[in-house]
Each structure stands twice: as C-alpha cells, then as structure tokens.
Design a binder for this molecule. Structure first.
Ligand code: G4P
Length: 196
C-alpha cells in the first residue's frame, strides 16, 4: 500500500535492527486519513469472507481496525489487557508474551461480544512474532467462532509471525512488509529505500 510505505519512509524512524518507530502516524499521534485508507484496504482484502466482527488488541490496534469494521459494516471489539472496572466476570481470556516489550499481557474479551457462529477478522498494528494475533485466535476459538484471517498494518517479515499464523492455517494480509531494518534503513519486500 503505497501511502503507507511513504509514511513509513518519510515519518518512521529505525530505532534498531528490530524496532521501527511509527509514533508519528500510528502508535501515538494518529494520521486519521491514512488509518481510514488502511481500514478500507483491509475491508477490500476480506470483503468476500462474510466477516461479522473485527477484533483487535488495545491500544494501537484500535485505529486501523475502526475503519475496516466501519467499511465492512460490522462491530469492532477490542480485547482488553486489564479487566475493566465495569467489565463482566464472564470473559474469554488468553495470555500473550511480548518479546518486543518483554512483558506478559492478558487478552480479555467479554462473552457478550463474541458468539458461536461469528466470522472474525483479527487486525493489529504490528505483526512481529505473532503472539498477539495467536492470543486473539485463542479467544475467538474459545467462543466457538471462526477466524477468517489476520490483517497487520506493518509486518516485520524477518520475524516469524506470518509463519506461525500460516502454519495454523490462517490467511495473513499485511499492508507493508518489511524485509529488514538493517543499517538504519527500511527495506520493504520487493523494494529498497533509504530511511531518514
Ligand atoms: P507479536 O505480538 O507479533 O508477537 O509482537 P511482539 O510480542 O514482538 O510485540 C508486541 C508489542 O510490541 C505490540 O504492542 C506491538 O505493536 C509492538 N511492536 C512490535 N514490534 C514493533 C516495532 O518494530 N515498532 C513498534 N513501534 N512497536 C512494535 P502492544 O504491546 O500491543 O502495545 P500497544 O502499542 O498496542 O499498546
């Protein structure tokens, strides 16, 4: 997706061989026009899957998921990492370990918002090791619902997330696939560019 590649090139910063900072448009400040286009692209890629719900993990997954759900005309559910004060006791849960942040997070979804028969599209901001997406697949399947696929805004293709998800049989669609962050440069799959 060219507009996203351009945002990464012009507004992203390579922090290390593993980490890309995109606070300018995705993880802190949100470029709403870009996120609208991102959401519409996800909706297009999964339009034939009879999606009934989009699910993401708070917080950075919410912005790109919103317009996908809006375009598909289905609800968006965000899984919480902590129980809400007013939350129901009746929840589906899983745990995900973040290699990047080196922390264990819970994934919590109220049983009210996932039902057997739902066809669920999982969307997240980054696909790295795949743990967040796998944690979300667990809660969807615990509910007896079906995962129709996984969408990631930015895939770090040099980490094993896609392989993990494809091995489980899930369709994976990412809108920017990064081959490498070596030497302070972003290299997209099929494209070589220099980062600031
Ligand atoms: P995984 O879910 O694919 O296994 O990824 P991993 O555990 O490695 O990373 C989990 C968290 O780190 C996620 O945020 C993810 O968005 C973020 N992350 C991973 N790689 C990068 C990167 O290169 N740059 C940035 N900016 N973030 C990265 P989270 O814990 O869900 O936090 P939140 O921002 O959604 O609240």
């Amino acid at each position: 997706m060219e507009a996203l590649h351009q945002a990464i090139r012009e507004r992203g910063r390579v922090l290390s061989e593993d980490i890309l900072k995109v606070d300018n448009f995705l993880n802190h400040q949100i470029d709403t026009q870009l996120m609208a286009a991102v959401g519409q692209e996800f909706a297009k890629r999964f339009q034939d899957q009879s999606v009934t719900k989009v699910i993401t993990l708070e917080s950075s997954g919410i912005a790109p998921s919103f317009m996908a759900a809006n375009t598909l005309d289905v609800p968006l559910v965000f899984a919480r990492k902590k129980k809400a004060l007013t939350g129901s006791e009746d929840v589906y849960t899983s745990r995900v370990y973040s290699y990047t942040k080196q922390e264990l997070n819970q994934v919590i979804v109220s049983k009210e918002y996932l039902a057997e028969g739902d066809r669920v599209l999982i969307i997240d901001d980054f696909l790295a090791h795949g743990n967040a997406a796998l944690g979300l697949t667990e809660v969807v399947e615990e509910a007896g619902a079906t995962v129709v696929g996984v969408g990631a805004v930015i895939e770090k293709a040099f980490q094993e997330g896609r392989t993990q998800l494809e091995m489980e049989g899930y369709q994976v669609e990412s809108l920017a696939r990064i081959e490498s962050l070596s030497n302070g440069e972003v290299t997209f799959i099929d494209e070589v560019v220099t980062n600031k």
